[in-house]
Design a binder for this molecule. Structure first.
Ligand SMILES: *Cc1c(COP(=O)(O)O)cnc(C)c1O
Length: 421
């Protein structure tokens, strides 16, 4: 459920008309709904209410300062995957003890930054990383709290680019080697082993792979405890999918997921962390774009938008589906027609949808891409020298620009000319 609904024939974000935002900031732009962000965060928080827990927003999905602060003020922690994200989380007011640090390639600088600034835990992904973390922690005279990310070798049944829990993926250590790696970690004085971490992939639309992974984590917890390790925290990753295509069967709800966690891991008495990104931010955002031209081709027509793959890369990168709806509600009785929806970038990959059924649209009309709040703005670029598009946050009847569109001069002047030119 989200807060983007038609009212008297016009699309609204909460109590603000999308057309009003478009008039104020120009197109294309991203717009996020505070109520939807908070609703999704609270669904997870409530789903784990029976257990000691922390919901850490995976901020790689959407790292805008205003989005982070909205969630942090509601009690969210953050899952960061780089020093840049760590800095963003702190700048948004998230205390260090609510930040977990994930990622396969943490550098010494990033580790030092987090150890000095405060960190809840590092999710360690390899033995070489463990050795470096230990050395950096000892050089600073502190101990680093860690979980070790295990790769449970389960098939998440999602797009290959976002599956992370099979043995061929680069993430974590093979679960079969976990005992050996935990023994090694226990011998490193700069580390304090506190738990286990697992994250099997993104956009999972079925609970079965989670169940398979969490049962393995439960078993591993008992084994490691028997080996003498203190396992008090389980980080279960993110990955719960969202319904990009409204006509499709709905993916599982956070409440179902919470019951699964309770059933598979509740008896262990561990503190639970989860790291949802997409399910918190995805349906909390739209990308709004204007029709520039309607072009008739041979056998097919094209809706050419001012938004492009550089602004929203998911269709080009993951063959992702986004619902695309007109900002003026189509009148009843008008037959939708199939049309290709494309951006102006000079690549055939700059195609948002092929033969999508749309009501008749003309140049100047606005359309909204649904479910664009996660992995949208964060993955955008200035390819084709198209300035990054603005982000807007709505709360009730208010809206604010939370990242302005750079001017062309700002974009160009980031380059510098060497002295010999
Ligand atoms: C990407 C990622 C997440 C978030 O995944 P979603 O599908 O957006 O919920 C959580 N944890 C880790 C380690 C990740 O890499």
């Amino acid at each position: 459920m989200d807060h983007f609904l038609y009212r008297d024939g016009a699309l609204y974000a909460e109590d603000v008309a999308i057309s009003e935002i478009a008039a104020a900031v120009g197109t294309p732009f991203y717009v996020y709904s505070t109520a939807t962000l908070l609703r999704h965060f609270r669904l997870f928080d409530e789903a784990l209410a029976g257990m000691e827990h922390l919901v850490c927003f995976a901020m790689k999905a959407n790292s805008n300062q205003a989005v982070l602060r909205t969630l942090a003020q509601a009690g969210a922690g953050m899952d960061v995957v780089s020093g840049g994200e760590y800095r963003r989380a702190r700048a948004a007011g998230v205390p260090g003890d609510r930040i977990v640090f994930s990622g396969v390639g943490k550098t010494r600088d990033e580790i030092e930054l987090a150890l000095k600034g405060g960190i809840r835990q590092f999710n360690v992904e390899s033995e070489p990383e463990m050795v470096v973390l230990d050395a950096v922690a000892r050089s600073l005279g502190v101990t680093a709290p860690i979980t070790i990310r295990v790769n449970p070798d389960v098939d998440a049944k999602t797009h290959a680019k976002i599956a992370t829990g099979k043995s061929e993926n680069k993430f974590g250590i093979p679960i079969a080697r976990a005992r050996e790696v935990y023994r090694m970690a226990a011998g490193l004085k700069g580390l304090e082993v506190i738990g286990i971490d697992v994250h099997i992939g993104s956009q999972l639309t079925d609970l079965a792979p989670f169940e398979a992974a969490y049962l393995k984590v439960a078993e591993l917890t008992e084994t490691l405890r028997a080996d003498g390790h203190q396992i008090t925290r389980l980080d279960l990753g993110g990955g719960l999918g969202i319904p990009y295509e409204r006509s499709n069967a709905d993916p599982p709800l956070p409440s179902d997921y919470g019951m699964l966690v309770q059933r598979t891991l509740g008896h262990l008495g561990c503190e639970i962390e989860i790291e949802p990104g997409r399910l918190i931010a995805g349906n909390a955002g739209l990308m709004v774009s204007e029709v520039i031209y309607v072009k008739s081709g041979e056998g097919r027509d094209f809706l050419i938008l001012d938004g492009a793959m550089n602004d929203l890369i998911r269709p080009a990168m993951y063959d992702a589906y986004h619902d695309i709806i007109p900002v003026v509600e189509p009148v009843a009785g008008v037959e939708p027609q199939p049309i290709d929806i494309v951006g102006p970038v000079c690549e055939s990959g700059d195609t948002f949808a092929k033969q999508r059924l749309m009501p008749p649209l003309v140049a100047g009309d606005l359309v909204a891409f649904r479910s664009a709040g996660a992995y949208g703005a964060v993955m955008s670029s200035e390819y084709n020298s198209r300035p990054l598009i603005p982000e807007v946050l709505v709360k009730d009847d208010q809206f604010a620009v939370i990242r302005p569109r750079p001017t062309f001069d700002e974009m160009i002047n980031r380059d510098t000319i060497p002295p010999w030119l």
